[in-house]
Design a protein around this ligand. Structure first.
Ligand code: NAP
Length: 307
């Protein structure tokens, strides 16, 4: 089959080549991939010393061709959106049945490839903040994949959402997704917030932390800035009271949460926030756009377009 394979020697360490079709384990279904998405982490932070020929990729949507041998999961022909720690960027993937959700006919199947890592991360991170109804919540990197879902999900949970972006242009569309305010970096925040979802790291994490209400939390999701964070805790002792920073790693299996998100999308409550969509042979263009902050939301690459 055709696949995007890891190759240290080429741009983005990715080459469209040939690879053996996956062999599913007993609790895995075999999927014909319709589309997959790129996440910043797997494009910008993929370790160079993976074996050449490894197929990366976390998120893919497609159709079940062979159901799991252990009887779990949906039958052949089912439309599904899937997650796994590799193998998504190919014509076929094998996936654990605990890591997929059914996609109703009313949704564009390929578009749901935007959901797994970015939207589940946003959902889990927002839930870490507890009850945010009526509270003020900051989202940094709000222009990106996790950010656009976090803005929407915090708004749906009843929060007053402050979206932080790198430039006015990057803030386009965020008010429509539920942001009450769009600011250029957390240093520009007026007043304090109950919680923050930080996708950028570096100085922005420190700035968000220093603007928490008493007992507030920053969930430190990402480091898109690639910068480490320096916090002067002596200064922090004066400026914030019992505030905390929580590290975050996406929790799996995530099939249940993925199904919730598909449900929201089906009801028209959640926008899939696709900012780049094209054929997967354009993978270099998509990867360039993503790492250079030109994708407003998710990048989705079609392997097979629906007829
Ligand atoms: N912990 C976990 O389990 C987990 C799960 C998912 C994602 N993540 C991490 O969370 C972060 C966000 O992921 P994502 O998929 O939402 O990424 P994304 O779509 O690329 O969005 C990242 C946002 O960060 C901002 N940014 C600031 N400085 C940047 C820089 N130097 N380079 C690139 N972007 C920069 C950009 O907004 P502006 O252009 O508006 O500044 C961009 O929209 C990444 O670091 C990712 O690795 C972690």
């Amino acid at each position: 089959m055709k696949a995007l394979v890891h190759d240290q020697a080429v741009p983005h360490m990715l080459r469209l080549g040939d690879a053996p079709a996956p062999t599913p384990g007993p609790s895995q279904a075999l999927i014909d991939v319709a589309a997959f998405s790129f996440n910043f982490g797997e494009v910008a932070f993929r370790v160079p010393d993976l074996p050449t020929g490894t197929i990366p990729g976390w998120d893919a949507a497609g159709t079940v061709v062979v159901p799991a041998a252990d009887g779990s999961g949906p039958p052949a022909g089912s439309r599904v959106v899937t997650f796994g720690w590799g193998g998504a960027w190919a014509e076929q993937r094998a996936v654990d049945t605990a890591e997929l959700a059914l996609v109703p006919d009313t949704l564009d199947l390929g578009a749901t490839a935007a959901l797994p890592v970015a939207a589940v991360t946003a959902l889990q991170a927002i839930r870490r903040l507890g009850d945010i109804a009526g509270r003020r919540v900051l989202v940094t990197g709000a222009s990106g994949g996790v950010g656009r879902f976090a803005v929407q999900l915090a708004h749906l949970a009843g929060a007053e959402v402050v979206a932080s972006v790198g430039s006015p242009a990057r803030g386009a569309g965020l008010a429509e997704l539920g942001a009450s305010e769009v600011i250029l970096g957390p240093a520009a925040l007026r007043g304090r917030v109950f919680g923050a979802i930080d996708n950028v790291g570096g100085q922005q994490l420190a700035d968000a932390y220093l603007r928490l209400e008493t007992g507030g939390t920053v969930v430190a999701v990402g480091k898109a800035s690639k910068q480490p964070t320096l916090i002067d805790f002596e200064e922090a002792r004066i400026r914030v009271d019992r505030a905390r920073i929580e590290t975050f790693v996406i929790g799996t299996p995530l099939g249940g949460e993925l199904a919730e998100l598909v449900g929201l999308a089906e009801r028209g409550t959640l926008d899939l926030a696709i900012g780049w969509r094209g054929d997967w042979t354009d993978y270099l263009r998509a990867a360039d756009a993503l790492v250079s902050r030109r994708v407003p939301g998710k990048a989705v690459l079609d392997v097979r377009r629906a007829d």
